[in-house]
Structure formats: C-alpha cells, structure tokens
Ligand binder design. Structure first.
Ligand code: GN1
Ligand code: MG
Length: 355
C-alpha cells in the first residue's frame, strides 16, 4: 500500500531529527494512511490526508491550529497533540503524492479498537466531554466546515428517499423490510429538525468521530487525550454521545453478520453517561440531557440510512468486501436501533439516578 511514496523526501520538509531509521505502517484507519517514524530520540506519526473525502485538507489544518492556540492560552495543562511544523512553518505540505502532516507520538500511549470494559467507556466519554468543555469559550463560527452536512440527518434522509426513486430496483425490492422500518421511524428526523430550531441546544466544538480508537490511553488504561480532529466542526452533543452509544454498547460492531450477537450492555451506557457528565454536567441544558438516549437513536438511525442508501445506490461510498456488505451493515444497525428502543426505559432509569 502506498509503497511508491518516498517518505524520506516528504519528511525532509519537516523539522525532524534527519533521515528516519525505521518506518512502519500504523493503525487501521479506513480514510487516511498513517506511518510510524521510529527515531532513537522518540517516534512521530506521518499521515497522508485523504483529499477525495476531505476536499480542503488545509481547512482541517486551520481548525487544528486555531484550537491548539486557544487551548495553549486558556488551558496550558490540557494535553492536545498538535502537528510538527515544516521548516517553513506550515502544518501541512502538499506534494505530488498528496497532503501530508506529522504529529509527535505521545509517549507511553496506546489506542484500542474494541471497548473491553466499562472503565474504558467511562474514560473515553470523559475525554470527549472534556475536549468540548475545554474549548467552550472558543467561537465555533470560526471553525471551517471540513465535511459539509456530515451529520445533517434531514439531508441523509432525503438522499435515502431519492435513492428509492433512482436506485437499483432489484436491491430496493430485496430491502423492503429495512426500507419500511426506516420510513416508519422518520420521527427520529422530525426530532432532529426540532432540535435545530430549539435555542436550548447549543452549537459547540464537536469531535464527530468518537469511536474508541480515537482516544489515547496510558498503561493504566486512563484516558490521555483525544485524537483524529479531521471532523471537528460546529455540531450538537448528540453527534458525540450518539456515536459512543452506537459503538460502545454492543459487544459486536457494525461488521457483525450474526445479528443475534447484538446487545445493549447497560453498564456501558452507565459508563458513557457518567463519564460524559463528569465533564459536561454544567455545560448541557436540561433539555439536552433529556435527549441523551435520543442521541444514540439519532446516530444509529443515521448510520443505518447511510449504509442502506449506499447499498441501494450500488455501493459508491463505503468500501465493501462482498456483494451484500452494505445491506448487512444496514441490517445490523437497524437491529441495534430496535434493541436500543426496547431498552429505552431501563436506560432512562440510569439517567434519572443523578450522575
Ligand atoms: C467512516 O472510516 P471511519 O470508521 O473513520 C465515516 C463515519 C462512519 C463510519 C462507519 C468521513 O468512518 O461517519 O460512522 O465510517 N466517516 C466518514 O464505520 O464518512
Ligand atoms: Mg475518522
């Protein structure tokens, strides 16, 4: 993968300790490509930004820069990983092979791909809550939009109804049950539209990709910081809390084809609630708190719509490994949504006991 890239030439533009002795592929992100640069003095991370998806990589760099400057001034103790500058003081370079940036590797940190215990869910939720809280004095309107309409559920629903008119006819017939369920739950879109009109819901600096692999942990499994700031944009808390509910509650991911393994683990929900509230309790309005479970419905429903729309439109967005992969993913997310709805009352009881 990407073996044609001349890493030494690219990194010569950055302020690094010279020729790198060892280079390794790093992580398993689906969007950007990442390498670990191993120097005797300490490691660095090199990343190539996918500019097919992120059309303006310099907008990401500008956002990260503004956030770093704000945090350095207001919260110098907060661990925020910012890129290493190039020799001519840039955060990102554009060369023939694409856009590249370099980050320092946080010493003694590691990331995880699957949440293994509620403590990790608590740590992650508090890390994402803390990020939003630390930056709450920053004017969100200054942030650039790195992915337009990323979590715009009304638009996602419209793309879904459009594909029902123009999409693959046999796939549409085959997916009738999932389509009917999706249409039957349109009230989730209606609530989102009310949120947009409701002044009790605040636009904040939102991470928009709160999966567990975007948190760095130390050796004692304590959260250190959040990473992957590509989708940091103005947004609502339902995006960040919702994607944690979507990806931490079930012991199996969206890739699982045996839907009987999909479960709602209440103790993981408790951990997200307590972890997020440990930082955001005083920031969120009571109406926002009343939508904590809704956040999960919002994100799971949106992800189901995105997978189903991609299937009905002949798989143009998500990478697939077999013919009905996106259909299976959509079915998985709809099962997760059904189970979340079934557990609504028990989860609400957890919330009613103060965090
Ligand atoms: C994409 O590739 P990954 O996991 O970072 C997607 C997310 C989806 C996710 C579903 C830019 O993220 O919105 O939730 O797949 N990111 C983009 O697996 O579309
Ligand atoms: Mg990402």
């Amino acid at each position: 993968m990407e073996s044609h890239i001349k890493i030494n030439e690219i990194i010569s533009a950055f302020n690094l300790p010279g020729t790198v002795p060892e280079i390794k592929h790093f992580g398993n992100g689906l969007i950007n490509s990442t390498w670990l640069l191993v120097y005797p003095q300490g490691n660095f991370i090199l990343q190539k930004v996918n500019n097919t998806i992120f059309k303006h990589p310099e907008a990401i760099a500008a956002n990260v820069r503004m956030i770093a400057d704000f945090l350095e001034e207001k919260h110098p103790q907060y661990l925020f990983v910012k890129p290493i500058k190039t020799k001519d003081k840039k955060d990102l370079i554009h060369v023939e092979e694409g856009y590249f940036r370099v980050y320092p590797y946080v010493a003694n940190s590691h990331s995880i791909d699957v949440v293994e215990n509620p403590q990790q869910a608590f740590e992650a939720a508090s890390m994402f809550g803390k990020f939003t809280k630390m930056i709450s004095g920053f004017n969100v309107a200054e942030l650039r939009i790195t992915l337009p309409d990323f979590h715009n559920l009304s638009l996602r629903f419209k793309q879904f109804t459009d594909v029902l008119k123009n999409g693959n006819i046999s796939r549409i017939q085959q997916s009738k049950e999932l389509i009917d369920f999706t249409i039957g739950n349109k009230s989730i879109v209606d609530i989102y539209e009310k949120i947009l009109q409701n002044p009790s819901f605040k636009l904040r600096v939102t991470h928009h990709d709160t999966k567990i692999s975007n948190v760095l942990f130390n050796d004692q499994d304590k959260g250190l910081c959040v990473i992957d700031l590509d989708t940091v944009m103005p947004g609502y808390f339902i995006s960040d809390v919702g994607d944690m509910i979507r990806t931490y509650l079930s012991p199996v991911s969206e890739e699982e084809k045996d839907f009987s393994k999909i479960e709602i683990r209440e103790e993981y929900f408790t951990a997200i609630w307590k972890g997020y509230m440990s930082e955001m309790e005083d920031e969120l309005s009571s109406e926002e708190k009343d939508h904590f479970i809704y956040a999960g419905k919002f994100m799971i429903y949106m992800q189901a719509i995105r997978f189903l729309t991609d299937y009905l439109g002949n798989d143009i967005y998500y990478k697939i490994k077999f013919e009905e992969h996106n259909l299976a993913r959509a079915g998985n997310q709809i099962m997760l949504l059904k189970k979340l709805i079934e557990h609504k009352d028990v989860l609400q009881k957890i919330i009613n006991i103060k965090p």
